[in-house]
Design a protein. Structure first.
Length: 369
């Protein structure tokens, strides 16, 4: 059997915005270049979203068309887009855009919130399939180590951190004092567990905000349970989707390949039996075998710390249906050494060039026809 309708999918990709000297700057004039372009919570970042698409070809065209519209507008304004998960090194603090939501998080998380300001990522949404939602959620949890396929930065404030610097900053450092907020959550075995989890996290967030000096009505009017967690795999009521938030930003061609691979696995759930914990993990014509959650976490740790240099991780991803040789994470091209602010600016411009070339190539060279 198969799902009665194609599974719709959408993607959200964040990019740093720089000027012609590679300095971080606000995306002034870029957000009205196309539908789906939006400001992010920090000043020098823009997000490009697609609508829910029924086919990969539709998603590919929409993402590339919207990206190219922003790139063309940026060229006229002396701006560039950078596909790196962190800005590598910065001369000054990255400023927030004014927002009550951001101010509350800043007060609760404190100095650790600075880590979040250095993170640019990709969110992949897969439409929920009635009767298969828990399998979809659990499968995306098991696929979380695939973040290693698109690791795109190794540096924070100029220092080499690890192969997946953004994931290290976001999961292990930013929410160190709120561990349930940013880490990967275990498998779900019944729908009510998700509601209980997000309710607990929401209450924890509200209590911390009140303890930090905010009045409860202000916090409760700013956050809802669904928007008060930043765990990598989430159930969303809007659309509605299962969302995977782990991948770094990167070149569109590689992100599109990742979406195709992930959605292909989710589509396979209609024809396969899903098991949990019975094997070390594998994908066959008949089964989607998910490993124990602790094993997934070990692979996630390897994906962040060592990336695709970890042999066990590569073998796991291959068993789960990924062709790891088809991916060349940008992090593998970056130096394993300190990067100065001037070097970071040069690298941003280099990868802005790479982004534009990748869009041209992936669109097949037809830009203004």
């Amino acid at each position: 059997m198969s799902f009665t309708e194609p599974i719709r999918r959408s993607v959200e990709v964040e990019y740093w915005v720089v000027d012609e000297k590679g300095r971080l700057t606000a995306p002034a004039g870029l957000v009205d270049a196309t539908v789906g372009a939006e400001r992010e919570f920090v000043q020098p970042m823009i997000e490009i979203k697609t609508s829910p698409c029924r086919t990969h070809a539709e998603l590919r065209k929409e993402l590339l068309d919207r990206l190219w519209a922003v790139v063309e507008r940026a060229d006229k304004l002396g701006l560039r887009l950078v596909p790196l998960a962190t800005p590598l090194a910065v001369a000054d603090d990255i400023d927030d855009r004014p927002s009550e939501r951001t101010r509350i998080q800043d007060r609760i998380i404190g100095e650790n919130f600075e880590y979040v300001r250095h993170c640019a990522g990709t969110h992949i949404h897969v439409e929920k399939q009635p009767g298969h939602v828990l399998d979809q959620f659990n499968t995306l949890v098991a696929l979380d180590p695939a973040l290693a396929l698109v690791n795109s930065s190794r540096h924070y404030h100029g220092e080499p951190l690890c192969w997946g610097a953004r994931s290290q900053l976001y999961r292990r450092l930013a929410y160190a004092d709120l561990p349930n907020q940013g880490t990967l959550w275990p498998y779900l075995y019944e729908q009510g567990t998700w509601e209980r989890r997000i309710t607990r996290c929401y209450e924890q967030l509200v209590d911390k905000a009140v303890a930090a000096g905010y009045d409860r009505p202000t916090v409760e009017s700013t956050f809802e349970p669904e928007t008060a967690v930043w765990t990598p795999v989430q159930l969303r009521e809007e659309f509605p989707t299962v969302e995977w938030r782990s991948p770094d930003t990167g070149l569109p061609s590689q992100l599109l390949q990742l979406v195709a691979d992930v959605v292909g696995t989710v589509e396979h759930l209609a024809d396969a039996t899903v098991t949990v914990g019975e094997t070390a993990g594998s994908l066959t014509d008949e089964t989607v075998a998910l490993p124990e959650f602790d094993a997934v976490c070990e692979h996630v740790d390897a994906a962040i710390s060592d990336g695709l240099t970890d042999e066990s991780l590569r073998q796991y991803l291959e068993r789960m249906g990924f062709d790891t040789a088809a991916y060349t994470p940008l992090a593998t091209e970056l130096p394993d050494a300190r990067i100065s602010v001037a070097e970071a600016r040069d690298l941003r411009l280099t990868y802005a060039d790479r982004l534009e070339h990748d869009i041209r190539r992936t669109r097949g060279g037809v830009l203004n026809a």
